[in-house]
Design a protein around this ligand. Structure first.
Ligand SMILES: Cc1ncc(COP(=O)(O)O)c(C=O)c1O
Length: 357
């Protein structure tokens, strides 16, 4: 294991700054009358009462999530407005604009690069091998040469759909001094154990998850990060004070209470994925269906742009990924409902080349 020092990794101004102390941070007991936060004491303009600010540290929800995810105690859990907030906060906390860099392994999720660009952070790229596996030795040697503050590993990877090898991720975690972010947005569609069970073993590990995919709550905007308390403290220090609304917390608490519902919808998606895989493989227009651990497929067709346009004209929107590394002529298609999938298959089956080139 390489030496890892959070204090030298975090930006100096972030390390030394005072956090904004909201009214609710400063007083945490019970009282009869709250006149400290300039809320509207007359009520709300909605039927549902929401005139009070939410708990800035989301103690109740974080506790439930810590239990649900078997990550205890609560100070190893961060909650944000989607996992995109966690990604952005980590870039802002650790990467000095105009000076530092972060590392990505293309093809991968586009927001890492966008957050880097917004924050004027240099992007080091170590492409996946053409079988979409991690080029571990190169990642470690490039990291030791260029010292990126953050290394993003998306597993299962978007858009290729595959989980990365455990040994490869272990080697990267112990072979670098960077913070390693394992983005597990799609983990619950795979059979893998989350890396959040290893945060005590790896002080440089941050695991990111979301309510947007397996929980089926993308409209809610709730993301999670799991890491050592020192890292979570930094994230909480620089987030907007009230980044998770009461409505969000309430809906998430409800979903957590009845976990069987989530299990049911995940099972349904996995079953549909298996059904769809078989049928996609039989289609003449499809050259390859890449194996997936997520709720989408990467497909190789003979002309991705033409098939994309054709499906679009038939009212079906998929994602053209043909411009991405190793994704020549590839489309990314989300697993739909049985009805949607039947229509997709029917349309793809009827496809016989571009009609109006
Ligand atoms: C790999 C990956 N990470 C994170 C996200 C963002 O998720 P959220 O809705 O939690 O912001 C996505 C969304 O598509 C994703 O594919």
């Amino acid at each position: 294991m390489m030496a890892f020092s959070l204090d030298t990794l975090v930006r100096e101004n972030i390390r030394t700054m005072e956090k904004y102390a909201s009214a609710r941070d400063e007083f945490s007991g019970t009282a009869a009358i709250f006149l400290d936060a300039n809320e509207n004491s007359a009520g709300s303009a909605t039927r549902k009462k929401m005139n009070r600010y939410p708990d800035p540290l989301q103690q109740r929800l974080r506790k439930k999530i810590a239990v649900n995810k078997a990550v205890d105690p609560v100070d190893k859990v961060f909650l944000g407005n989607g996992s995109d907030e966690a990604i952005d906060l980590l870039v802002r906390a650790f990467c000095e604009p105009g000076r530092d860099s972060l590392m990505i392994m293309p093809p991968t999720y586009g927001m890492y690069r966008v957050c880097a660009a917004v924050n004027d952070v240099n992007v080091l790229q170590v492409p996946l091998r053409d079988d979409f596996s991690l080029d571990t030795e190169k990642i470690i040697s490039q990291a030791s040469k260029h010292r990126p503050k953050l290394i993003f590993i998306c597993s299962p990877n978007n858009p290729s759909g595959n989980l990365f090898d455990t040994k490869d991720i272990e080697k990267i975690l112990s072979g670098t001094e960077s913070l390693v972010l394992v983005d597990e947005a799609y983990i619950d569609f795979s059979d893998a154990v989350s890396w959040n069970q290893r945060i005590d073993a790896f002080p440089n590990l941050v695991v990111i998850q979301t309510f947007s995919k397996a929980w089926g709550m993308a409209g809610l905007r709730l993301g999670m990060a799991f890491a050592a308390p020192g890292i979570i403290e930094i994230m909480n220090k620089i987030k907007y004070p009230y980044n998770v609304s009461d409505l969000t917390a309430e809906a998430a608490l409800k979903a957590l209470k009845d976990g069987s519902r989530k299990q049911r919808i995940v099972r349904k998606v996995k079953k549909e994925r298996a059904w769809l895989t078989e049928r996609l493989r039989e289609l003449p227009a499809v050259e390859k269906v890449f194996p997936t651990d997520a709720n989408f497929f990467l497909l190789r067709v003979n002309n991705a742009k033409a098939v994309y346009r054709y499906l679009r004209s038939e009212g079906i929107v998929v994602r053209d990924r043909s411009g991405q590394m190793h994704c020549g002529n590839c489309l990314r298609i989300t697993v739909g409902t049985r009805r949607e999938n039947r229509i997709l298959l029917k349309k793809l089956n009827a496809y016989s080349g571009e009609r109006n080139p």
